[in-house]
Design a protein around this ligand. Structure first.
Ligand code: FDA
Length: 324
């Protein structure tokens, strides 16, 4: 982390909320669903689709989960009403995963079945190592119950990820759908890579493994060594823009998805690279968080991974490195 990033970290607790809000505005669509819909409408011309995320996680009592269930219902209704090319991303701990797994499963099933009726995909975001296995288990359980419109995220920094890729592929029989990312949580070196170079190598290997496993592969990175590797890996396998997925183990065609893969980026980060990918014909998706809990979310992300502070600092000082 640079000096600037460290400085920002130290300043965070005493920084007035309105300044944090001013910075967060770039990365968070707004405090409510209406703002999120407005941002999606305004970005439609960028030839991209979206995943809507209601900010919040790690609730402390199950009543709080009701807010998320209700808000995701509203989000699904709005996506359908406007015919928006969007799906949803969900944090399992916001539904109570760390309090009562059975109840969390019930809440997620509730949302996923409504989404299924409308051909909308549900992505379970991956949180820290405490919930890696239980998040994967929710996905396999939902598939067992006939809801195949759900997938999760694997974090390439974790040593276990290769095993998870192949076990999901064999368990879900052609319906595996994985977002691969580096992982935002700084996990211990007993279970994860901790150096940038090793994480990039592991990410590229995971992309290859996902493509070979037949999974729908959502490549979620803003890092050029990863994006360039992904493009080469797709090309090697005869995959690419406007080409039907040639993989024999790819399973059924997915509604609202690309030809076996897509690129995903966070709102406000490296839009110029995303637009270039879209211009080259790749399907791209913007992860669009919104909600009243933007302040807690921003502070927590910064505490968990100070690199984010450095990225934000860099994008303010050197805006050309990160065009929205
Ligand atoms: P890296 O961190 O090296 O970033 C490459 C460059 O992108 C930086 O140099 C900087 O210019 C820019 N950049 C990256 N992040 C930035 C930021 N916040 N602000 C400004 N510039 C930034 N993680 C997780 O654990 N569970 C999850 O479910 C998800 N979900 C998810 C969805 C999507 C769509 C994306 C893009 C990412 C995630 N992540 C995630 C986060 C992911 O694990 C990772 O922490 C970030 O994407 C940063 O890693 P990069 O591969 O982008 O590389």
């Amino acid at each position: 982390m640079g000096v600037m990033g460290r400085l920002i970290m130290m300043m965070m607790p005493v920084t007035p909320k309105f300044i944090v809000g001013w910075v967060a505005k770039r990365y968070v669509a707004g405090t409510d669903l209406e703002s999120a819909m407005r941002v999606m409408r305004s970005m439609k011309s960028q030839d991209t689709c979206f995943t809507l995320d209601v900010l919040g996680e790690e609730i402390t009592n199950l009543e709080e989960a009701e807010y998320f269930v209700g808000e995701y219902h509203r989000a699904l209704n709005a996506i359908v009403a406007e015919g928006m090319d969007a799906n949803i991303s969900v944090k399992p701990t916001a539904f109570g995963l760390l309090i009562d797994e059975k109840k969390a499963l019930e809440n997620i099933e509730n949302i996923t079945s409504v989404a299924a009726k409308n051909n909308i995909f549900v992505r379970l975001d991956m949180e820290d190592h405490r919930v890696t296995q239980s998040t994967i288990d929710i996905v396999t359980e939902m598939h067992d119950r006939g809801l195949t419109n759900i997938g999760t995220v694997l974090q390439s920094r974790l040593f276990r990820t290769s095993d998870d890729i192949f076990s999901l592929a064999s368990r879900l029989d052609g319906n595996s759908d994985v977002r691969i990312c580096k992982g935002i949580y700084l996990e211990s070196e007993d279970i994860a890579h901790t150096r940038y170079h090793d994480i990039v190598v592991a990410t590229n290997k995971a992309i290859d493994e996902l493509l070979d496993s037949g999974a729908y592969t959502a490549i979620a990175s803003h890092d050029l060594p990863v994006i360039n590797h992904a493009i080469a890996a797709l090309d090697e396998r005869g995959m690419g823009p406007k080409t039907a997925d040639p993989r024999e183990n790819a399973g059924p065609e997915r509604i609202g998805k690309g030809p076996g893969y897509e690129f995903q980026m966070l709102l406000g980060v490296r839009g110029n690279i995303r637009r270039k990918l879209a211009k080259d014909g790749h399907r791209t998706r913007v992860y669009l968080p919104y909600g009243s809990r933007w302040y807690e979310y921003s502070m927590r992300r910064l505490r968990e991974n100070p690199d984010v502070a450095w990225h934000v600092a860099k994008s303010i000082i050197m805006p050309w490195t990160n065009r929205r």
